[in-house]
Write a protein that binds this ligand. Sequence first.
Ligand code: AHR
Length: 665
Amino acid sequence: MSFRLFVSLLVFTGTAFNFSRAQTTNPVPTLQIKADQVVAKASPTLYGLMTEEINYSYEGGLYGELIRNRTFKANPTNAVYWSTVGNGSISLDPATPLNDALNTSLKLDATAATKDSPAGIANGGYWGIPVKPNTTYRVSFYAKAASGFTGALTAAITSTDGKTLFAGADVAGITGDWKKYEVTLTTKSAEPLKDNQFTITTTSPGTIWFQQVSLFPPTFNNRPNGNRPDIMQLLADMKPAFLRFPGGNYLEGNTIETRFNWKNTVGPVEQRPGHLDDGWGYWSTDGMGLLEFLEWCEDLKMQPLLAVYAGYSMRQAHVAPGADLEPYVQDALDEIEYVTGDVNTKWGAQRAKDGHPAPFPLTYIEVGNEDNFDRTGSYDARYTQFYDAIKAKHPNLQIIATTRVTTRTPDLTDEHLYPNSEGAMEARAHEFDNHVRTGPKIFVGEWATRVGAPTPNMAGALGDAAWMAGMERNSDIVLMASYAPLFVNVSRPNRGAGGSMQWPTDLIGYDALTSYGSPSYYAQQMFSTHHGDVILAMSATDIPVKAGPAPARRGGATNQPAATTPQLPALFSSVTRDSSSGMIYVKVVNTLGSPQPVKVEISGVASVAPDGDAVVMNANTPDDTNTITDPTHVAPVTEKVTGLGADFTREFPPYSITILELKAK
Ligand code: AHR
């Protein structure tokens, strides 16, 4: 239930908010828009993506590979995620490596195989192998056989019990030397299912070794080592301006050895050793390597925001600034050359050899991740060393700091926030309104209202939308922002052993077969696709208020009474215009459970057409959400609106996010 209270007037460069009390008849909240007063240019790069290997984001997620533990390195002693078919037995064989990178193999003892009783290996994928009708899957693997093996191998996708064959193909000519074999499997009409397995079997007795066993479905833009089309499409629909990669904690690792060591992630996939993503607790084959991140950017027309390892890993492993740090600085310079160098440079030539002769555009480099956790306080000096070396070679690159530095002025500073209630997020929605306009620009490189698991619910989306309205109003200083984490595999949404989720509240969920956007995903899509290029002066008066969130308790002292909760505005807004079309976008977030009339007064325009569109997302309760089986329970709808003009009143539904598209002249 809302109540109104006269609260202070917030004024910011032409934007004013006045939260008001309380007369016998509640005054109608009013947005006064001065369309002839441009406060600032809206940052065209405001809405982007942040990504890292967490929650099975690539392995078991975006990266198309369907085989789990394809290189047998996920566990040093057991062939985890592999099982046997028939009378076969399997073991890891480090004495028979494919090469130095893939320095073990899977040995299949199929000496008991017969025509009636094939023996082989099976893999259940990442909680299933998806089968879709009339679809071609690409199989590849390295194999060799002990002398005496003369038979063929059969690659197949079958139901988990092996009783239903969806597609199969034979591979003959296995020799005593490692060789790559490739074959395609095409399904017929079939109901989409995920409870399946991939098998390689033989009816001939013998011993066979395998490495790099791979099964790819069709990929976005048909990239050979590419991404899942459904998830890529969800991202494309957000029209993101940039991609921050490769982390996050994944960039740093727990130790220096387990950092994202980019040089191990480029080149042929069978030459990539992979590494333990110990920040999040599972193996990464690095099939999603530096080039794949860049091609992902290219496919979605995003600019890369490249985070380079800065000599600090999460368990306080840290490289002292100075001579010890130099190799890491050089690694970053090499990485930048791999991204941007022409084919006559060493690393540009490597990129061309890897299949991409054209350099990629690059404007933003981030030095490290969350270096405020470095208890030695060395970041200032480490940042300076990277900054000087990068600027000397690439003066136009914008260099982002992950925490406060004093010895150089960063181009941007990355700020992260993860409030654990919508109220806590909404309480911060005005924090940039009075922010100093001098000093480094702001990159909100990770943010989310952490309400809802595995993906946020409508309450989360309302907190997010309030926060986005605040960033958008202030996008003269908040140049870029990216929600995190982006992905979660929802097959086993728990954080324990065997779980598919390490961090609850993630923007996009999926299993092996399908994917969905959360209400927060749709909120971002709404904002990002109704961006505008200028911020218009706006004042808000008589905004209703509600009780704020209980303050976070410290030290577990839960028996103490809650301090007085501050009051919060219950409506949030932002107004931008697209100069090319003249369209004015009025975004209104109603966090209350009751409809809210709002008066909109627009000055400085010749006219506003009476008809327009409203994009509205609302829910019956803040707990409403989307799931893998009900993927669009909460989703925006576009409706025709009449009665618009330079002065109109509209009722905004309970728990809603609305964007009014006003045709102004
Ligand atoms: O987004 C999850 C994690 O939160 C990121 O890896 C890290 O940067 C932050 O602490």
